[in-house]
Design a binder for this molecule. Structure first.
Ligand SMILES: Cc1cc2nc3c(=O)[nH]c(=O)nc-3n(C[C@H](O)[C@H](O)[C@H](O)COP(=O)(O)OP(=O)(O)OC[C@H]3O[C@@H](n4cnc5c(N)ncnc54)[C@H](O)[C@@H]3O)c2cc1C
Length: 391
């Protein structure tokens, strides 16, 4: 029976991007997922618009996925404004303050998923097993075995869990995870509007809820509402006219009349961070390692950062004729990636707590934080570097 170099459980955008990066480096890869190839090659619209940093664009370009994304659906983010309550004052980022022509890119999630799948589907180094759910894992000195629910067994040298933030493989490996349930839901949909958005993204921290308005191609935007779970149903059930009027009003008619242009989708707000990302012959990537709150738009971007780190470390071992699956090699990935994720994870959760608190001290701190961020250039530059990842 064939023994692959790497088995990846999960063909989300991170699992598939890793498969391609590894195959480009000469590793044989087997990807397994519950989904079908048809679903993955033409996934349904899911309401998520993903903000992609410059670093992530580079990775997607290197693995050959970027050019498979329909370029007409990529929106360029020129400015970003963060507003507090009903104050017109904003923390303002402009691409002109960077050495790039844009702060980043906004791309529909289903387009990213189909591009990464189409980049692997004919790759001779990658086998894809569809409609396959992993049932149990067994790891010893000789290798890794994944038993599927069908009873089939897949063998490999290294197992990668890319099975999302509720990762079953992580649980089976006994890796502890810190979970933060924000008690909120994020509701997303597309809206048309009268005025030009001028490629400006807005994050409005209103009291009791937040509203992000992200510029898509043409006179269309992605609206992202975060709201306490017990209030979400009311919004989801609102008819299109009432919803459209409410959002136009809450957005102070900056874009003129707004009207719903898609179904509304909702996602529970759960963030998680695994205690460590590796074990003997086992690693965690993507949301299975760190599931971020979407406010700083870093989930997929961090996933790609992890792929870059892991591929480099596995490659180095291969070039040095060392076994690439040992605890010591994988520990290097853990150390580097933990350094990249921990600060961002806790920093993001802190921002969310600060901007969602109704306490007067928090309201004061918010006003202070926006002014401090705007006026102290090293701080502003640090935030901008983190958000755009130009390096
Ligand atoms: C509203 C919203 C907005 C977001 N905006 C941004 C943004 O602007 N920028 C950004 O970088 N990120 C953003 N994110 C985060 C981003 O969407 C995720 O980080 C990314 O999709 C994670 O991909 P993944 O491949 O790790 O996991 P997933 O996409 O969760 O994929 C996991 C895969 O594993 C499979 N699977 C699970 N268990 C098994 C099993 N036992 N056997 C076989 N297969 C299995 C599933 O079928 C699935 O295909 C956003 C998220 C949300 C909810």
């Amino acid at each position: 029976m064939k023994k692959y170099d790497v088995i990846i459980i999960g063909s989300g955008p991170v699992g598939l991007s890793l498969a391609k990066a590894l195959s480009n480096s000469g590793f044989s890869v087997c990807v397994i997922d519950r989904q079908t190839k048809d679903n993955l090659s033409d996934p349904a619209y899911d309401g998520r618009e993903i903000a992609i940093t410059h670093f992530s664009r580079r990775i997607l370009k290197d693995i050959g996925s970027w050019d498979l994304i329909d370029q007409d659906c990529i929106s360029h983010l020129k400015e970003a404004k963060v507003l507090n309550g009903h104050s017109p004052y904003s923390l303002h980022f402009n691409f002109e303050e960077t050495n790039q022509t844009t702060l980043g890119y906004l791309i529909p999630n289903h387009r990213i998923k189909s591009a990464v799948f189409n980049s692997i589907k004919d790759d001779p180094m990658i086998s894809f097993i569809e409609r396959a759910t992993s049932k149990s894992l067994s790891i010893d000195g000789d290798g890794v075995e994944v038993e599927l629910e069908s009873g089939d067994i897949i063998r490999g040298e290294l197992l990668v869990a890319a099975d999302g933030r509720l990762s079953g493989s992580r649980r089976q490996m006994g890796i502890p995870v810190e979970v933060k349930d924000f008690g909120k839901i994020v509701i997303v949909c597309k809206m048309n509007h009268e005025k030009d958005h001028e490629n400006i993204a807005y994050e409005c921290f209103h009291y009791g809820r937040t509203l992000a308005v992200l510029p898509m191609v043409g006179k269309q935007c992605s609206v992202v509402i975060t709201i306490h779970t017990d209030k979400a149903k009311e919004i989801l059930d609102q008819d299109d006219n009432a919803f459209s009027e409410d959002i136009s009003e809450r957005f102070n008619h900056r874009l003129g009349k707004m009207s719903v242009a898609s179904e509304k989708f909702s996602y529970p707000l759960l963030a998680c961070h695994a205690d460590h990302f590796h074990a003997e012959r086992f690693v965690l990537v993507g949301d299975a390692s760190v599931g971020m709150h979407p406010v700083t738009a870093h989930g997929f971007n961090l996933g790609l950062r992890g792929i870059d780190t892991l591929t480099r470390i596995l490659n180095e071992a291969k070039t040095n004729n060392e076994p690439f699956y040992t605890h010591d090699i994988l520990k290097k990935y853990n150390q580097t990636h933990q350094m990249n994720t921990r600060t961002l994870y806790y920093g993001t959760n802190l921002i969310v707590d600060l901007f969602n608190s109704e306490r007067s001290a928090a309201k004061f701190m918010r006003r202070f934080a926006l002014r401090f961020g705007n006026n102290v250039w090293p701080i502003k530059k640090m935030i901008m570097d983190q958000l755009t990842e130009t390096k």
